[in-house]
Design a protein around this ligand. Structure first.
Ligand SMILES: NC(=O)c1ccc[n+]([C@@H]2O[C@H](COP(=O)([O-])OP(=O)(O)OC[C@H]3O[C@@H](n4cnc5c(N)ncnc54)[C@H](OP(=O)(O)O)[C@@H]3O)[C@@H](O)[C@H]2O)c1
Length: 209
């Protein structure tokens, strides 16, 4: 049993929190408005859930999930996340986030920019290419024919092992795409972004990314 700190408790944060609680993990939720605004969600999730500030949620997590609109990634408290494995679910939507020229030009990646903001954390890109409801709907026990696979990318092998184990536990196969920079293969508008794919299908889609 681990404690998972969530920075961001919207669609995807809640979907991850639900799965985590269902598998016996503690979750500490946070958002931008303060823990009191999360009381209903905490109550719905039950005794394994609590709410805190973003800094506290980050500090309390064995594993921390950053799941906010990309434009807010520089507001994530970096110090409490030092040394930790951080799951980055974030996507760049210029319509919502405004333009980031380094991403538009291909000089930077979405997860690379979060990693630059969190230089002492081990950032693993995951859960960005699956719609929030599918985290519950597409989950299936290991060995189920046609089981959905999710990609991960990151520069730290141990951190990727931790995240892969969590994704497996949630009910998905895992495809390791390689270093964090390769996460661009499953960013928005890439063939691997969105569809429900098995591991073999996902590898094919990633190769086209
Ligand atoms: N929706 C999906 O199906 C999906 C799937 C994969 C990936 N994603 C990506 O994952 C990220 C989150 O998506 P979402 O749909 O869950 O967004 P959302 O429903 O809009 O929720 C965003 C959450 O982030 C919190 N937040 C914003 N700024 C913050 C800050 N500075 N510190 C702490 N918390 C902050 C918000 O809190 P307040 O409400 O208090 O402001 C809210 O709880 C986005 O980058 C999105 O592109 C989404």
């Amino acid at each position: 049993m681990a404690t998972i700190g969530l920075i961001g408790s919207g669609n995807i944060g809640q979907a991850i929190a639900r799965q985590a609680v269902a598998h016996g993990h503690h979750v500490v939720l946070s958002n931008s408005r303060g823990p009191e605004t999360l009381a209903d969600l905490v109550s719905a999730l039950g005794p394994l859930a609590s709410a805190a500030t973003a800094a506290e949620a980050g500090a309390s997590g064995d594993l921390v999930v950053v799941t906010v609109p990309f434009k807010n990634h520089t507001r994530i408290p970096a110090e409490p996340l030092g040394g930790k494995t951080v799951i980055d679910t974030n996507n760049y939507y210029f319509e919502r986030d405004g333009h980031f020229p380094d991403i538009d030009s291909g000089q930077a990646t979405v997860s690379g920019m979060l990693a630059a903001h969190l230089p002492d954390s081990k950032v693993v890109k995951a859960f960005n290419n699956i719609a929030a409801p599918a985290i519950a709907e597409d989950a299936a026990p290991a060995g189920t024919p046609g089981r959905r696979a999710l990609p991960i990318a990151g520069d730290d092998a141990e951190a990727k092992k931790t995240v892969a184990a969590l994704i497996e536990e949630f009910g998905f196969d895992v495809v390791d795409v390689g270093p964090l920079v390769e996460g661009r293969r499953f960013d928005r508008d890439k063939p691997a972004y969105g569809p429900r794919l098995t591991a073999d299908q996902l590898r094919e889609a990633l190769a086209q990314g």
